[in-house]
Design a protein around this ligand. Structure first.
Ligand code: NAD
Length: 262
């Protein structure tokens, strides 16, 4: 996978904190930034997944340093610890990839208070606390880049996804607000809004019949699901010097789904 990514200017040697890095889009982002020569602090709940990613990366990318932090973005103290671990290990923090998240696909009349709060806590509040903790450090460094993996469901809406749509629309709005507030600190903040991407999150929804793959393909103008690497390439561009005038943007990467009014 290391050769599959375009080289982007300004990423070699950067220190990247990547949440939800043990699988799916976050793992593809870890490969993408490693392929640029960035050093990584990978955060996830999944200790075993992180350990195997670390071993794999030490062989695949001998020129970089990869460290891991096991914790939940639901816990602001753990987030601060992860940022401080990155600073202790690498001396600074340049890029935050807010990628950890969960889905919530269920009729709204059946959503429990715990399910509602968990979705908002992880997908929206967790993202905010990561941004806040990282930005405190980035301001000391003289700037940085923050991205959030929102969703096309942050700019469009759908039945059975009220908590997820509300959380991801919140993430899009949060990114725009922080972009305006932190531009003075040379911190750019952007959201990526993926459509349906082939990861375990979507596989779980397909397996339990909450989604139908053929209908997804037919509804998508480009006729297929996206790959995690296609989202990772977008993260590289938005983090790189090529995007130095891009901030407060929500970039949809969905094969045309949200443009399709049909
Ligand atoms: N797959 C898609 O089609 C799709 C589409 C739009 C947006 N997204 C978003 O992309 C992001 C990644 O999704 P994915 O499809 O790669 O899912 P995934 O389930 O494959 O990976 C998510 C990772 O996040 C970790 N994680 C979950 N909760 C966490 C927490 N509280 N703290 C730390 N780590 C946690 C998981 O352990 C897992 O490794 C999510 O924010 C998701 O909402 C995915």
């Amino acid at each position: 996978m290391s050769n599959a990514f375009t080289q982007f200017p300004g990423l070699s040697g950067k220190i990247v904190l990547n949440t939800g890095a043990a699988s799916g889009i976050g793992l593809a982002m870890a490969h993408a930034f490693a392929s640029q020569g960035a050093n990584l602090m990978l955060l996830d709940l999944d200790a075993q997944g992180l350990a195997s990613v670390k071993s794999e990366f030490e062989i695949a990318y001998p020129g970089i340093i990869v460290d891991t932090f096991v914790g939940s973005i639901r816990d602001p103290i753990a987030i601060d610890d992860a940022v401080q671990s990155a600073v202790a290990r690498f001396g600074r923090l340049d890029v935050l990839l807010n990628n950890a998240g969960i889905s919530m696909n269920k009729p709204s009349l059946e959503v429990t208070p715990d399910e509602w709060r968990r979705t908002i806590d992880i997908d929206l509040s967790g993202t905010f606390f990561c941004c806040q903790s990282a930005a405190r450090q980035m301001i000391k460094n003289g700037g940085g880049v923050i991205l959030a993996t929102a969703s096309m469901w942050g700019v469009a809406s759908s039945a059975r996804r009220a908590a997820y749509c509300a959380a991801k629309a919140g993430v899009v709005s949060l990114c725009k607000s922080l972009a305006v507030e932190w531009a003075q600190h040379n911190i750019r903040v952007n959201a990526i809004c993926p459509g349906y991407i082939q990861t375990s999150l979507v596989a779980e929804l397909l397996n339990r019949g909450a989604l139908d793959e053929e209908s997804l393909r037919q509804r998508t103008p480009l006729g297929r699901l996206g790959t995690p690497e296609e989202i990772a390439q977008t993260a590289l561009y938005l983090s790189s010097d090529l995007a130095r005038f891009v901030t407060g943007h929500a970039m949809v990467v969905d094969g045309g789904w949200t443009a399709n009014g049909y």
